[in-house]
Design a protein around this ligand. Structure first.
Ligand SMILES: NC(=O)c1ccc[n+]([C@@H]2O[C@H](COP(=O)([O-])OP(=O)(O)OC[C@H]3O[C@@H](n4cnc5c(N)ncnc54)[C@H](O)[C@@H]3O)[C@@H](O)[C@H]2O)c1
Length: 256
């Protein structure tokens, strides 16, 4: 699939890794759609990048909201060819800590956003994609990228909720690829290490150095542009499907 002729939804596209994807889609001549709850940041990025970007105020955990967003995209750009699911958040707390057991509602909130929200967008976007005219020599109709984390595999102390939510995203990748075989839609997942997003830019240098020390070569945090490049490669490469890729400079997280 060529980015230059594609319309790609990026959830969480108002900032961080998602924002980098939107910038790269537009830089390559494609159309980018920001699905995000942060209206201020989403509108600012869309205004900065111009007419090839649409911002939709969407809550990924809400069926009505995602469906309305999809309708806006179809009305403005026609077919939806790709989706990158970056909307997500973290939370930290030991399963049993000084203040007692980790609150169940916090666990459920993380699962709801990172796992259920991702699945919600995947199912609704793919339902729309299946109406696309087949593209490529294989008749492909769409390509989806989910964002998990290295925490799905080496979660640290206090990351039970976050790691479980991201492991769920990894776990559903192959079965969804199998579900989508007849629809001719591919789906892959990226497990990012630690990236130098705006938020991380505010962290103390010694914390950044400590995290970078967990990587091999290059021993630094990832650049969001490197993440965007990988996400768009997964959309473009017509043979990769059902795969989970670590993007982390061989980083392995220690227990803490
Ligand atoms: N930044 C990293 O180093 C890193 C590492 C591993 C995994 N990740 C994962 O990558 C994804 C993006 O991370 P980031 O660092 O860019 O985060 P970020 O906080 O910069 O961006 C997340 C975006 O998601 C949006 N969002 C939150 N809840 C939403 C909802 N219900 N509906 C729609 N949008 C919603 C936020 O408004 C925000 O714009 C997350 O899933 C995160 O877990 C990030």
């Amino acid at each position: 699939m060529k980015i230059s002729t594609s319309t790609i939804i990026v959830t969480g596209g108002a900032s961080g890794l998602g924002g980098a994807c939107i910038r790269e889609i537009v830089a390559r001549g494609g159309k980018g759609v920001i699905f995000d709850m942060n209206e201020e940041k989403g509108n600012a990025l869309a205004n900065e990048l111009g007419e090839n970007v649409l911002f939709c105020s969407v809550n990924v955990t809400d069926e009505t909201s995602v469906s309305a967003g999809i309708k806006s995209v179809v009305d403005k750009f026609g077919e939806i060819h790709g989706a990158i699911n970056c909307a997500g958040t973290g939370d930290a707390g030991r399963t049993v800590g000084r203040d007692g057991p980790y609150p169940l509602d916090r666990f459920q909130k993380i699962i709801d956003l990172n796992l259920v929200g991702t699945f919600n967008v995947v199912r609704l976007v793919a339902n729309q994609m299946q109406t696309n005219e087949p593209g490529t020599k294989d008749g492909e109709r769409g390509s989806i990228v989910n964002v998990a984390s290295v925490a799905a595999i080496d979660g640290q102390i206090g990351q039970a909720a976050y790691a479980a939510s991201k492991a769920g995203v990894v776990g559903m990748t192959l079965p969804i690829a199998r579900d989508f075989s007849k629809l001719r839609i591919r789906i892959n997942t990226i497990c990012p290490g630690v990236f130098m997003t705006e938020l991380m830019g505010m962290a103390p240098q010694e914390m950044i150095d400590g995290l970078a020390a967990n990587a091999q070569f290059p021993a630094r945090l990832g650049d969001p542009a490197e993440f965007a490049d990988m996400a768009l490669s997964l959309i473009e490469n017509t043979y990769i499907n059902g795969e989970t890729i670590r993007l982390d400079a061989a980083m392995r997280m220690p227990p803490r």
